[in-house]
Ligand binder design. Structure first.
Ligand SMILES: NC(=O)C1=CN([C@@H]2O[C@H](COP(=O)(O)OP(=O)(O)OC[C@H]3O[C@@H](n4cnc5c(N)ncnc54)[C@H](OP(=O)(O)O)[C@@H]3O)[C@@H](O)[C@H]2O)[C@@H](O)CC1
Ligand SMILES: Nc1ncnc2c1ncn2[C@@H]1O[C@H](COP(=O)(O)OP(=O)(O)O)[C@@H](O)[C@H]1O
Ligand SMILES: [K+]
Length: 552
């Protein structure tokens, strides 16, 4: 997993390097500028063959300072560079001012406005170094007009300008992935909502990627993200094992990377899953009970059950009301089936060997659902198990508590995971819902929700955020070459709930958050492997091939 650094953490690491004497601010700025130039030439090697044309847009802070370094290095390579500055050079921070002066001693500093920028010749490379981690409010109107997608499209025509952002496309908040005007009133002179903010082809960031590259609009705007080494060391203790719970101070990106290096996915899978390489019989790998709905409402539960079985649970049983028994019996083979009468307690059908419950898909928003959830949450580890059964609550199991979420949270425990989509999340945490975030990131609100609920929360989306009550948080994004638009199909969430239950119920030694991370990754891998035309039934059926391709 790659650790994503907040702006404050990045500044602290930079300050530590400067105060310890390991580097000066100017050294870091020079390395940052050189890192961007190297990344550009690595992305488009043909540009190294002969001099080209660049436009560099600089802002009033150190992001602009990086821009001045980039302009100077390109100039030294014989490139023709037009540099535009927003802000007053006299008020720039010292290092940025120094680099401004080096540039200005030999070449003009042009105004940063649409009239000046778009009347110049079209460049081969466009560098956006206006605002980075220091963005503190919506981008001013005159800058927004230059960073506008329509204006760029009209100017670019078919010229093929390579667009590069320094740290981030200016206007993107690197902590939240939001555009400042998404949550605040736009500047009076600004374009409404900056909805047409320019996307770039390449974003070059420093030391480590930031949450905003992966959350919300980040993946839409950033193109490819490259983190370049600028010689900073991170003194935070390294996690010893890939399956260890995340550092509560950090956010980690779900991917097969460990300590900065890509690892074989199989190493990751084996560290989280119980089945590979372990001998045992079916009960050694857990028994998952999945609750299905009544007549005609069983599909969602059956999807979850199939996913639980394919992820490795030793046994899976669907529980349904007696009237739905025949319907389910017609559809299930390897999955067992039991009727659960309205007035029968869960303990009558679930013995001590049950290690997981998957509840919600298709169950119905009813008092009965609420009661069954409470009974499942009250269950404790059987004599042969070290851990309480995992309880995955999704869909109707969550919505059944919408009227009174506070009655759920005292019962949830460390082996509980709630897997809402945004609508279900807002029902349980109205003040943290997407319409109420006011600049708080998805990670912040999921951390807060996990703290309140006292269990793991997984908030789904293209960017899926998982957090535990201690503050540990992970982000998985279906972007940057792992797009999965075909997952936007009914029932995909039911399959994910089943996958989590199936992986966790095997009594793997990895923690529940690590299990959830892997489930989200596998879910997207299944969708990507199947590709266009995917429907939810296809997802569990892809698992064998995905496991095989990931080296199990
Ligand atoms: N940290 C590191 O390790 C390294 C950091 N490096 C680089 O430094 C960058 C961070 O630099 P930074 O802190 O100076 O912030 P930056 O993004 O230039 O913006 C601040 C300026 O913009 C202004 N301003 C903000 N919003 C505005 C708005 N909407 N409209 C108008 N003005 C606005 C703000 O004004 P103020 O809010 O103070 O009024 C201030 O003047 C970072 O992204 C990276 O590129 C590398 O060199 C190497 C190592
Ligand atoms: N465009 C998308 N890209 C990647 N993942 C997606 C996309 N759309 C939906 N998903 C994923 O598909 C699942 C949908 O779950 P959910 O909204 O609960 O649907 P349902 O209730 O129909 O099962 C979630 O895991 C979500 O993250
Ligand atoms: K920028």
């Amino acid at each position: 997993m790659t650790e994503l650094l907040s702006s404050a953490q990045m500044r602290a690491i930079e300050q530590e390097a400067i105060q310890s004497g390991a580097a000066t601010g100017l050294d870091l700025m020079e390395r940052a500028g050189k890192g961007v130039v190297d990344a550009v030439l690595a992305a488009w090697p043909a540009l190294a063959a002969d001099p080209h044309r660049a436009v560099v847009l600089c802002g009033p802070g150190n992001n602009g300072g990086d821009g001045f370094v980039i302009a100077r290095l390109l100039r030294a390579m014989g490139w023709t560079v037009r540099l535009h500055l927003f802000g007053d050079p006299a008020r720039m921070p010292e290092d940025a001012r120094h680099n401004h002066d080096l540039w200005a001693a030999e070449d003009p500093v042009l105004a940063l406005d649409a009239a000046t920028v778009f009347t110049g010749p079209r460049p081969d490379v466009w560098i956006d170094a206006v605002f980075g981690i220091g963005l503190s409010r919506p981008v001013p109107g005159e800058v927004a007009q230059v960073l506008d997608a329509d204006a760029m499209a009209a100017w670019e025509q078919s010229h093929g300008i390579r667009r590069v952002a320094v740290d981030c496309p200016s206007g993107l908040n690197l902590d939240t992935g939001m555009i400042a005007s998404d949550t605040d009133a736009p500047e009076p002179s600004g374009k409404a909502g900056r909805a047409t903010m320019n996307t770039v082809d390449l974003t070059v960031t420093f030391h480590s990627p930031k949450p905003g590259h992966y959350l919300a609009k980040g993946p839409i705007l950033c193109g490819e993200v490259r983190a370049v080494d600028i010689g900073l060391s991170d003194t935070a203790p390294e996690r010893r094992s890939i399956m260890e719970e995340p550092d509560p101070e950090r956010i980690r990106l779900v991917e097969p990377v460990f300590r900065g290096r890509a690892i074989e996915p199989r190493t990751w899978l084996k560290s989280v899953m119980a089945k590979p390489g372990k001998a045992g019989h079916k009960f050694d790998f857990g028994h998952v009970m999945v609750f299905a709905g009544g007549v005609g409402q069983g599909g969602a539960g059956r999807l979850a059950a199939r996913a639980a079985l394919r992820t490795g649970a030793g046994l899976v049983t669907v529980l349904c009301p007696p009237a739905a028994l025949i319907e389910n019996a017609c559809q299930l083979d390897a999955i067992m089936l039991r009727a659960l009468k309205e007035d029968v307690p869960l303990d009558d059908v679930a013995d001590a060997r049950v290690t997981g419950f998957c509840m919600g898909p298709g169950m119905g928003v009813t008092p009965r659902t609420r009661k069954l959830v409470q009974e499942a949450l009250a269950r404790r580890a059987g004599p042969r198990h070290r851990r309480d059964p995992v309880v995955v609550l999704d869909a109707d199991a969550l919505s059944s508590f919408a009227e009174d979420p506070a009655s759920l949270f005292p019962r949830t425990h460390a082996r509980t995971i709630l897997t809402p989509h945004e609508g279900e999340f807002e029902r349980l945490f109205p003040d943290l819902g997407s319409s109420q975030r006011q600049g708080r990131s998805k990670v912040d609100v999921v951390r807060e929700a996990a703290r309140r609920a006292g269990c793991i929360i997984l908030l789904k989306g293209v960017d899926t955020v998982i957090a535990n009550p201690e503050g540990g948080a992970s982000v998985h994004v279906a972007a940057y070459g792992r797009e999965a638009p075909w997952l936007a199909t009914a029932g995909a969430g039911d399959v994910l709930a089943g996958m989590i239950a199936g992986l966790a119920a095997t009594q793997a030694s990895a923690g529940l958050l690590s299990v959830a991370e892997l489930a989200v990754y596998l879910h997207v891998e299944c969708a990507r492997r199947f590709g266009p035309g995917l429907i939810s039934e296809d997802l569990p059926e892809q698992l064998p091939q995905v496991f095989c391709e990931l080296g199990l």
